[in-house]
Design a binder for this molecule. Sequence first.
Ligand code: AMP
Length: 355
Amino acid sequence: MLPPGSTIGILGGGQLGRMMAVAALQLGYRVIGFAPEGDNVAADACSGFITADWNNAEALSAFAAACDVVTWEFENVPVSTVQALPSPLLACPVKALEVAQDRFHEKHFAASLGGSPAPYARVETDEDFAAALIRIGTPGILKTAREGYDGKGQWRVRSEMEASGIRLPGVPCVYEGFVTYETEFSVILVRGQDGSVKFWDSTANLHEGGMLARSLLPAGAVVEAQVPAARELAAKVAAELRYVGVLTLEFFATREGPVFNEMAPRVHNSGHWTIEGAATSQFENHIRAICGLPLGGTKTRFSSIEMRNIVGEEALQAHTILAEPGEPHLHLYGKREAREGRKMGHITRVGHALK
Ligand code: AMP
């Protein structure tokens, strides 16, 4: 168990790091962040923050010297950055990042453990794309294999005709069949250093423009029926990666069962409701796991829960939400610029308390 007063290093400077840091502070730890130049809102909650490029060896060794354990809040931290740190500092093997950073690798990995992704193919050349269209057909989605998020780096392909108008972006892509689903849902688990696993309830996730808009509990009968199979896959993924901390897998609930979409080796937007809505939040349990503390319970505390993201300029008026009935819980991430489509905060509303 990492003693109180120890220092947790977080790679990445976004809102997930900020909320992780708040949980770490509550447990008596100090936090040092590391990220390149940017709107690093995690820095507000850190006692130190190193702003440097991911490959700045000097800055990384200063960071390592200041930390007792290191975790990440962002799945695109370069693997080489993590490998440059002394391995005893790492809370979790870097393989989780390697797998999650490449959509092709990630789907292959999930399939090798019994998961069912949508039909997919690697596309680097026009010939690959043509072959993928023949095998998988349309409609489908072309996605950059790396670095896409919140629907960015994705192109819907409704027909052959539309496909012929697409110019490949010049980086490796994955083409996948379009899934007809009832709902999207996520499985969020925490795995301790001893291999024990706890799951939070799965929310139904509603997306707008490829980005999560709302997460709801109860998730409904369709999702609930598919959660056991989805959890089985998530636990296998976590065990295979020798994962420590919070891990998220996203699924489409289809008539044929859960279709694996992607994984995030970190806390997740669809788990923000756990701050008020569960016995222990995803952020606190992540910190507990990486510090070797006993994991907290994950039970849902209310009859219903809705988490809604606050996006773009809506944040400028967000404090008015506090006057609305139903005691909404408001979280703002302190971002300096309310750009369109940018996650600025979230609101959680809960129903009546469960016994
Ligand atoms: P992703 O970045 O892969 O999570 O995609 C963002 C969102 O786009 C997903 O949450 C879905 O709403 C939608 N989407 C992505 N892939 C597919 C697919 N193969 N079929 C249907 N919808 C998809």
